[in-house]
Design a protein around this ligand. Structure first.
Ligand code: G3I
Length: 310
C-alpha cells in the first residue's frame, strides 16, 4: 500500500487524523485527508462548548460537516469528547453538585444518541487524572460531583449508543512508571472488575523534548490491553524535525503494531501549519502538504511503500 490508511488496513488497523471544520474548504488539506486517512476526529467541533452552547440547545452544524464528510468518504469517526473539565460552555462552568451531574449526563445521553451508529469509538471522559506524582483525580467541577462521575458517564454513553466503543482518553500516560499511568490503569482494572462498560483506552501521545516517547511505551500499551480493553493512540504529534522526529514516529507506530489490541493511530492534524502547537513542526506533512521524513518512517513501519513525487 502507498498510503497510511491503506498500509494500516493491511495490518488490521486504522490511521486517522484530527480534522477542523473550517479547513474543509482547503483543497490541499482535503486532498491529503481523503487520500491518506480512514478515520477522523473532530479537533474541537464535538466538544461540550461547541455542541451545547446554551443548556439543552444542541448545535451540530460544524460537527456534522466533519462527520458527513467522513461518512461520505467511507471513513470511521472517533467522537471527542463527551465529558471533560475543559471546553465547557459558560453555563456549565459554574455549575456544581447534582445539577452539574445531571447536566453532564444529559449531554452524554443527547449527543451519543444523536450520533448513534455513526461513531466508531467515543472518548467518553477526557483527562480526568492529575499530572505529577499524586496519582489522584484532577480537581474539577465534575470531580467534585463525586468520584463516580466517570463510571456514570460511561453507563450513560453505553445506554445511548450500545454499538460504539467507549474509551477513557488522557495524556502523559505513556510512561509505565508514571503515577498518572498507574492511576488510570487501576481505574480501568476496577471498571473491568465491576462491569463498568469500558472498551478502550486512548493515549493522546503529545510528545516533545521534555516529554519524549518512553522506552517502555510498548509495555504500557500491552499492560492496558491485558486488562481486556483495546488501546488506541488518539492525538499523536511529536515536536522536532528530520531523522530524530522520524525515528520517534517509527517507534510509536511499531509499539502499536506490536500490541494486538492496539487498533489504530490518530495524528492530531495533517500539516504542521494545522497543528494546535502554533510554532512547531510536529506532524507528518509540512505546511505545503509535502510528505516529511516522519511520514515515510510511519508508512514504512506500517509495511507500506513510499511513492516518489513526480
Ligand atoms: O474558534 C475560536 C475563534 O472564534 C476565536 O477567535 C479564537 C480566539 O482565541 O479562538 C478560537 O477557538 C480556539 C479553538 O482551538 C479553535 O481554533 C480556542 O481558543 C482554542 O482554545 C482551541 O484550542 C484547542 C484546544 O484543544 C482546546 O482545548 C485546539 O485547537 C485543539 O487542538 C486542542 O486539542 C486538545 C484535545 O482536545 C485534548 N487533548 C489535548 C489537545 C491539545 O491541546
Amino acid at each position: 500500500a502507498t498510503t497510511l490508511a491503506g498500509a494500516a488496513q493491511e495490518k488490521g488497523r486504522y490511521f486517522g487524523t484530527a480534522v477542523a471544520a473550517n479547513r474543509l474548504s482547503d483543497s490541499t488539506y482535503v486532498g491529503i485527508l481523503n487520500r491518506e486517512f480512514d478515520s477522523v476526529t473532530a479537533e474541537n467541533e464535538m466538544k461540550i462548548d461547541a455542541l451545547e452552547p446554551n443548556q439543552n440547545q444542541f448545535v451540530y452544524t460544524n460537527a456534522d460537516r466533519i462527520v458527513n464528510h467522513a461518512i461520505n468518504q467511507g471513513k470511521k469517526v472517533r467522537g471527542h469528547t463527551l465529558a471533560w473539565h475543559s471546553q465547557q460552555p459558560g453555563w456549565m462552568q459554574n455549575m456544581s453538585g447534582s445539577t452539574l451531574r445531571n447536566a453532564m449526563l444529559n449531554h452524554v445521553t443527547r449527543v451519543a444518541t444523536y450520533y448513534r451508529g455513526k461513531i466508531h469509538s467515543w472518548d467518553v471522559v477526557n483527562e480526568a487524572f492529575a499530572d505529577g506524582s499524586s496519582g489522584a483525580r484532577r480537581d474539577s467541577n465534575l470531580q467534585r460531583t463525586g468520584n463516580d462521575w466517570i463510571e456514570a458517564a460511561f453507563r450513560a454513553a453505553r445506554a445511548a449508543d450500545p454499538g460504539a466503543k467507549l474509551c477513557y482518553n488522557d495524556y502523559n500516560t505513556d510512561n509505565w512508571q508514571h503515577a498518572k499511568t498507574q492511576a488510570v490503569y487501576r481505574m480501568v482494572q476496577d471498571f473491568k472488575s465491576r462491569g463498568v462498560p469500558i472498551d478502550c483506552v486512548g493515549f493522546q501521545a503529545h510528545f516533545n523534548s521534555g516529554n519524549p516517547v518512553p522506552n517502555n511505551y510498548h509495555t504500557t500499551l500491552q499492560n492496558f490491553a491485558d486488562l481486556g480493553v483495546d488501546v488506541q493512540i488518539t492525538e499523536l504529534d511529536i515536536e522536532g524535525s528530520g531523522t530524530s522526529q522520524a525515528e520517534q514516529y517509527r517507534g510509536v507506530t511499531q509499539a502499536c503494531l506490536a500490541v494486538a489490541r492496539c487498533t489504530g493511530i490518530t495524528v492530531w492534524g495533517i500539516r504542521d501549519t494545522d497543528s494546535w502547537r502554533a510554532s512547531g513542526t510536529p506532524l507528518l506533512f509540512d505546511g505545503g502538504g509535502n510528505k516529511k521524513a516522519a511520514y515515510h518512517a510511519v508508512l514504512a513501519a506500517l509495511g507500506g511503500s513510499s511513492t516518489n513525487p513526480p
